[in-house]
Design a protein around this ligand. Sequence first.
Ligand code: NAP
Ligand code: MG
Length: 398
Amino acid sequence: MMTTPLVEMDGDEMTRILWQMIKDELLLPFIDLKTEYYDLGLEHRNETDDQVTVESAEATKKYGVAVKCATITPNAARMDEYHLKEMWKSPNGTIRAILDGTVFRTPITVKGIEPCVKNWKKPITLARHAYGDVYKNAEIKVPGAGKAELVFTAADGTETRELIHNFKGAGIIQGMHNTDESITNFAKCCFNYALDTKQDLWFATKDTISKKYDHNFKDIFQEIFDRDYAEKFKEAGIEYFYTLIDDAVARVMKAEGGFIWACKNYDGDVMSDMVSSAFGSLAMMTSVLVSPTGVYEYEAAHGTVQRHYYKHLKGEETSTNSVATIFAWSGALRKRGELDGNEALVKFANKLERSTLQTIQEGKMTKDLALITTMDEIVTLNSQDFIKAIRKTLETYI
Ligand code: NAP
Ligand code: MG
């Protein structure tokens, strides 16, 4: 039985097909599923002038927990394919802007799918700051000799200048920024998530070189930690650890895992792809958006698996991995259960995850995993049969 509804954000293509199968086979037979449903499928986003995306984010603020299916971010080809009125923005971007959150990505580890880095025994969760720096830069290609300066004009008109370089010939310059507000929110999200998942938090920048810019990140994290979190971390038996980014990279490679790695925007972009590919597959990666006020939106890290969807439409068999989408549901249900003091719901979420992993460990898996597993005796299942196999395992627990 559920007391508070989850905000359910349906999506597109193959993941929309998996979404329904997961509900039919793994949720509805076992729990009294309550959701407030928002159809973020591209057709409906187009019909509502994308208002449905905004409404779903507002509902997430209201209820506190959402689960989202992968959605198409339109490009030129999608304009024609779906006869769109406009090239609607990425729903994830819209939702992230409204919730002002940080995305945490965690690999789903299972025996038989081994990380490339052999000493990684536990998952490494990557938290990427999603605002500013080089992603909101201003650039000039310098044609020839001249002086480049940074100029800040305060509200009262006072100017502050810093020489960048006296150019003798052609070159390039770039200006970038961040805000204390965004960095503060990022820090809070990271500290809260570390407490929530009882894992150490690592953060790294290049503050020895970037003595004002990166140092500001380091200082804000440290101030907030000392003021609001040091005690709580102690009680939870976890640590906040700051180091230089190059040191962090070296340590990550030698570490066992089991911690959260908070990264500035660019570092997070690069390192999340390294960590996820080294752990195996995007289809085995969860993603949760956490707002600084403690609102959660769970999803899979991969997209709508378009290529498989077109096969499905032609009536061909697909073997699409539903694990990340199942874990989006279990993550959301567990969080809902925790917030509502609904222990039975928490237990169900745990059983759903355990059944999913056990099914794979018994050698039943989709094609993407069959290609990379270290197990010998395996059965490769299609999309539907894999979910049915998980249901069989789940029934033994319930
Ligand atoms: P994708 O959907 O992640 O798929 C890329 C390829 O990765 C697939 O063709 C497939 O490889 C493999 N793959 C991904 N997920 C898989 C799964 N669950 N099981 C098995 N294989 C899987 O990325 P995309 O094709 O670049 O993007 C498709 C659409 O998704 C785009 O419209 C994009 O805008 C959207 N997107 C949405 C989100 C989101 O909502 N969070 C994120 C990223 C992309 P093979 O073809 O080799 O089997
Ligand atoms: Mg990237």
